[in-house]
Design a protein around this ligand. Structure first.
Ligand code: GLN
Length: 236
């Protein structure tokens, strides 16, 4: 399977390397026939062919600067295309594109954003596909960046699926799910937002259908747990 990393700004190389390590782990320990190719996505041709068929099964939107990323997505003709691919609105699309937004990428996926650090300006033009609100820079500025142990639960309270990991927060947003189930949503029954990881009271990893967000940076630690989880999402 082909997995993309949006390569217009931010921590691209780190995600590419982490995906390769995660794919190797999964192949050795769980799925011997797994074959993952990681591609850097910069142009519409990296995402779809001329028949509007998807060329990749999943894409990571890396951390960086969401305002700059939103502008560049528009400039390179990827903004609407990505939104359509995530929502299943391309002409010849058979499956939804799985997407994982880390930090700035999570902000781009949110349906709403606010900014507790700077008030009005710098509001990115977001993709607005996931039922979460992100409060940008809510933990403070660059100098307030921190590393902290967080609790993860990948499988609704199943004790075997619970674990702890170190998480790197860099000008991270606080993420708030709306948890609204849309009765008109016919594309999946699993429409509500699930909390996968918390830092105290704050949700730091959330899942809704084909969309995963983390407010922290799993690509900056050795643990490939989230990259493995995302690859498994892309297989289904
Ligand atoms: N604060 C950045 C933004 O609002 C995100 C920071 C990050 O991705 N590490 O876009």
């Amino acid at each position: 399977m082909e997995i993309g990393v949006l390569a217009i700004q931010g921590s691209v190389t780190e995600h590419v390397e982490a995906l390769k390590r995660a794919a190797k782990n999964l192949k050795e320990n769980q799925f011997p026939s797994l074959d993952v190719e990681v591609v850097e996505v910069r142009r519409p041709e990296d995402l779809i062919n001329e028949k509007q068929e998807l060329l990749i099964q999943g894409i990571i939107l890396p951390g960086g600067e969401s305002t700059a990323q939103a502008k560049l997505l528009k400039r390179y003709g990827l903004f609407e295309l990505l939104k359509d691919a995530i929502q299943g609105n391309l002409q010849n699309q058979k499956t939804l594109l799985s997407v994982w937004g880390t930090c700035a990428g999570a902000i781009l996926l949110s349906k709403k954003t606010s900014n507790s650090f700077e008030s009005k300006h710098n509001k990115p033009d977001i993709l607005a596909v996931m039922d979460i609100e992100s409060d940008r820079n809510a933990y403070g500025t660059q100098i307030d960046s921190f590393i902290k142990k967080i609790e993860c639960d990948f499988d609704d309270g199943n004790d075997d699926a619970k674990c702890e990991m170190e998480a790197v927060f860099i000008r991270a947003p606080k993420l708030q799910p709306f948890n609204v189930k849309d009765p008109d949503d016919i594309k999946g029954s699993d429409a509500e937002v699930k909390i996968l990881a918390k830092d105290g009271e704050n949700s730091v990893a959330l899942l809704q259908k084909n969309m995963l967000v983390t407010s922290f940076h799993p690509e900056l630690t050795d643990d490939t747990m989230f990259h493995e989880f995302f690859l498994k999402m892309c297989r289904t």
